[in-house]
Write a protein that binds this ligand. Sequence first.
Ligand SMILES: Cc1ncc(COP(=O)(O)O)c(C=O)c1O
Length: 388
Amino acid sequence: MPFQSGRHFLQIPGPTNVPDRVLRAMNRPTIDHRGPEFSRLTLGILDDLKKAFQTQGPVVIFPSSGTGAWEAALVNTLSPGDKVLAFETGQFAAGWAEMAAKIGINVDLAPTDWRRGADPATVEAKLAEDAARRIKAVLVVHNETSTGVTSRVAEIRQAIDRANHPALLLVDTISSLGSIDYRHDDWQVDVTVAGSQKGLMLPPGLGFNAVSEKALAASRTAQLPRSYWDWQAMLKANETGFFPYTPATNILYGLREALCMLFEEGLGNVFARHARHAEATRAAVKAWGLEIVCAVPQEHSSVLTGVLMPPGHDADELRRLILERFNMSLGAGLGKLKGKAFRIGHLGDFNDLMLAGTLCGVEMGLALSHVPFQKGGVAAALDRLAKA
Ligand SMILES: Cc1ncc(COP(=O)(O)O)c(C=O)c1O
């Protein structure tokens, strides 16, 4: 590609733009991960991370991608042949269910049309039917990054309670933590899975499990083989601020800074900022006359908006043109949405003018690609921003 001046717009729904403050924090020599300075760093982070998950319990940090943290949640709590209930809300939920099946878990995968979240009524019905208590866990992706749909975890919790079922609740918050209100303790989630590269504004490289008492108890009898992912060894080492193996030291420097930034802004304000940008983005998409992937208004995602292309028009071609002409990356349609949808990420270190630039890039790209659409999406978004 020829030289492009100015800053690249990274508007995929993660990895997100890493703020300069975080980049600078990581730009330091790596220290001895068995020394006192490292121990102080880790103990502070482990304490502060709890606030991000809204939990009083332990949060485990793995040097891994989010996929590793998925595996850790499963292998620490389940045994070969255990049954779990999962929802195919999109590419990532399908991927987690597929991983569970690969490692010997018996998955009951409830289908969806990829335009809605996990259905609390289905959770209740399936658990109520399970008189023999064979289902050991319910797996939910809080924010399905492939579609822009946010499942209602609080309602799923209530559904499990109404069925009076002991299944564990395992939730993927890889693209929601630090962007959408999420309450590990209040919603009695047993394992919350997260990653560094989205709402936490870090590069990829850290995976997280927030762990409830009930999940810890399950880990004492769970029989799936595990070594690298074993919580017990990690929790033991964490007591004194260390890790059982070499940690991702420089990303931890970044995490220290990112947590400071989130707390300086205030988590409530961070969530409100994301909701407001999402609302303005939806106003733009509606004004363009295009369809949003999410079909359920109360499940619209605050972190990304999935947009369906008019039939006969290729979303990847539009993304290619926008990258070439405006130096902006948008999210591709994944799985069965490949070529049919694109995704606008509006999460992480992001503000009104960045959103305006992003939407301008999309509107100019639509015009250049001869996709049938109405002008005025950017204006509608700006009106919404001015009102909110
Ligand atoms: C909701 C969700 N789950 C899981 C993953 C997989 O995480 P990773 O690519 O970090 O392994 C992603 C990645 O985008 C995601 O968005």
